[in-house]
Every structure is written in structure tokens, then in C-alpha cells.
Write a protein that binds this ligand. Structure first.
Ligand SMILES: C[S@@+](CC[C@H](N)C(=O)[O-])C[C@H]1O[C@@H](n2cnc3c(N)ncnc32)[C@H](O)[C@@H]1O
Length: 312
């Protein structure tokens, strides 16, 4: 594909689906499936997903027959992404033999033989949600995919853990962990400078006056979970590896790569340690390599599954 004229988080998240499907750590996934309690219509599994985006994870759980009886609360600060989740899910579910309707509370009900899932969405910042729900509601499973590297973990993680019942589960797939690799190598030293400066922008990101990023969130999660009273049940890498085969990049992954390069460009424009002309040339070369099917991109990430060990 040629270089996009515009970029959107919605298209990026849709393009990310096939990359994630390859990357997710299936040993951690199987531990999650094995650790889920038996559920019934009367006692459904209560799931909370934070930073749910366009609903890729609920679709993945439905497709894998992981959920039988469940209520699924999906929150995200971006209303347009949740609106897309609600638009996409019914047609996706219909194609897979699910029935779908919307009840009077505005929840989506998705069912087929042996499976009955009720999905509610709410556009809200996670900090506000945690403050509102603390002491009111708890969940059996909390999911945050590609999320913890975007928030201040020391303040956010304890709040998230407090929303999970004692013995409940936390699942944090594709948590970024500090390695970004592009091939072919250009000027190896300049590639390393780009990577270091980019990770620095993640670490120094401030949103609404709060620190909001950690380029080594994956590895740091272990200590934060221990402090929060969570035992790690399983962990493993879920690196993104994106490359073109004989037929080019799969699905919309060329767009995914253009978006990543554009994100780096936006983050590094005006960086005091980077020569602007060299950055422009680097970005232009990487976009050209995508058009040629020559760019290989890797990002190191971790999937972590934990269980809250505090007493009820
Ligand atoms: C990288 S995207 C991942 C989306 C989805 N989990 C996935 O993997 O496809 C991160 C998501 O977190 C949301 N997000 C970021 N900060 C948030 C916050 N403070 N509160 C709620 N949602 C937030 C963004 O809007 C975005 O949809």
C-alpha cells in the first residue's frame, strides 16, 4: 500500500488484531482458561476490561469458546472506539452463529448454544471508574491488553487490583517491555538513538498532569503485582513480529506499520537530541521499505496472568 494520508487509532486497532493473534502467548492463555471458575446462568463470570478499544478481546474470548456465561464490562476513555466495538460486534457475532440483541439497559446480549454473554460499555477514564466503583462492585477477571504501558502503574495497579475479588484473576496481555527493532538496519547507531529517544518519550509522557507511560511496563509488572498482593500464575513473551511474505504483509498490517512509523515521527519531532533532517530521512526510508515489503518490525511484550491472594 502507498503511504496513508491520514491515520486513525480505530484503523490501527483493527489492523493490530492479526498481529496480536500471532503474538499472544498461548501458554499464558491456556493457564487463564484453566483458572476460570465454572459458571452458570445464575453465577456468570464477571469480567472487566479496561482500555477495551474496539472490542478485539471480547471477540477473541467469544471465538475461542472461552466464555460460557459471563457479564462483560468494557471501559475505555474514547467513546468513538467503544461505539465501533458496539457496531462491529453484532455483525461479527452473527457471522459465527451467535444471536445478538440489545436489552433495555443498552447492554448487548450475545448467545448461542451453551454460551450467554452480556456486554456493557462505558466511556470513562480508568481513574474515574476506579474511584467510583471502589467498594461498590468487584469482578472475577480484569483484563488490560496493551494498556499498562499507557498509565502510571504505581498509582493505577492497586486501584485495578481492588476491583477484583479475592481469588480473582488479572490478565495483562501484550504489555510493552522496552525493545523496538526495525530491520533492515540503516545506520545502526542512529536506529538505536531513535529507539532510545522514542522510549524516553513514552517514559516522560504526562496526560492530564499525571505521568502516563512506562516503556518497561512488562518487566516492572512483576514487582508491582507482588506489592499489590497478586501472585503471578503465568507469564511469557508476546512479541509482535511483522514481516511481508510472498503476498506482502497480511491483512491490514502494512497500515499498522505505517501507523507505528508515523507515531514515532510525531513523538520525536522537535526532540532536542535528534537532527530534524536525519529524522525526516529515517521516517521516509522506513515508509518506503513498507511500500516495498522490506520492513520487519519487532516489539518485545509480555503477557502476565495473576491471582489476587488477599483474604475476603
Ligand atoms: C493501545 S490501545 C489497546 C486497545 C485494546 N486493549 C487492544 O489491545 O486492542 C489502549 C486503549 O486504552 C485506552 N486508554 C488509554 N488510557 C486510558 C485511560 N486513562 N482510561 C481509559 N482508557 C484508556 C485508549 O483509548 C485505547 O483504546
Amino acid at each position: 500500500m502507498s503511504i496513508p494520508l491520514t491515520y486513525s487509532l480505530m484503523r490501527y486497532l483493527a489492523a493490530k488484531r492479526s498481529v496480536d493473534d500471532r503474538a499472544l502467548n498461548w501458554q499464558v492463555w491456556q493457564c487463564l482458561v484453566a483458572a476460570l471458575p465454572r459458571t452458570t446462568t445464575e453465577q456468570p463470570l464477571r469480567i472487566l476490561e479496561v482500555g477495551a478499544g474496539i472490542g478485539s478481546m471480547v471477540e477473541r474470548l467469544l471465538a475461542g469458546d472461552v466464555l460460557t456465561h459471563a457479564t462483560y464490562t468494557a471501559i475505555d476513555k474514547a467513546p468513538t472506539l467503544l461505539a465501533e466495538a458496539r457496531r462491529h460486534l453484532p455483525q461479527w457475532a452473527d457471522q459465527r452463529g451467535f444471536q445478538v440483541d440489545e436489552n433495555r439497559q443498552g447492554q448487548l446480549r450475545v448467545w448461542r448454544a451453551g454460551q450467554h454473554i452480556t456486554i456493557e460499555t462505558e466511556a470513562i477514564d480508568v481513574a474515574r471508574f476506579m474511584a467510583r466503583e471502589h467498594g461498590r462492585r468487584t469482578w472475577d477477571l480484569l483484563i488490560g491488553q496493551a494498556f499498562l504501558d499507557l498509565v502510571d502503574m504505581p498509582t493505577t495497579l492497586p486501584g485495578l487490583c481492588s476491583l477484583v475479588r479475592p481469588g480473582g484473576l488479572l490478565y495483562f496481555p501484550t504489555t510493552f517491555d522496552g525493545d523496538t527493532v526495525f530491520q533492515p538496519e540503516g545506520d545502526a547507531e542512529f536506529d538505536r538513538t531513535i529507539e532510545a529517544c522514542y522510549h524516553q518519550t513514552i517514559d516522560q509522557r504526562v496526560l492530564d498532569g499525571k505521568p502516563s507511560g512506562d516503556s518497561r511496563a512488562g518487566r516492572r509488572l512483576f514487582a508491582y503485582l507482588r506489592t499489590a498482593g497478586v501472585d503471578v500464575l503465568a507469564a511469557g513473551s508476546s512479541d509482535w513480529v511483522v514481516f511481508a511474505g510472498a503476498n506482502g504483509y497480511p491483512a491490514d498490517e502494512a497500515y499498522f506499520l505505517h501507523d507505528i512509523i508515523h507515531t514515532i515521527y510525531v513523538a520525536l519531532t522537535g526532540h532536542p537530541h535528534l537532527d530534524a533532517e536525519r529524522l525526516d530521512a529515517w521516517v521516509a526510508q522506513r515508509h518506503t521499505q513498507i511500500e516495498q515489503g522490506a520492513l520487519v518490525y519487532m516489539a518485545h511484550q509480555l503477557d502476565v496472568l495473576g491471582r489476587v491472594n488477599r483474604k475476603p
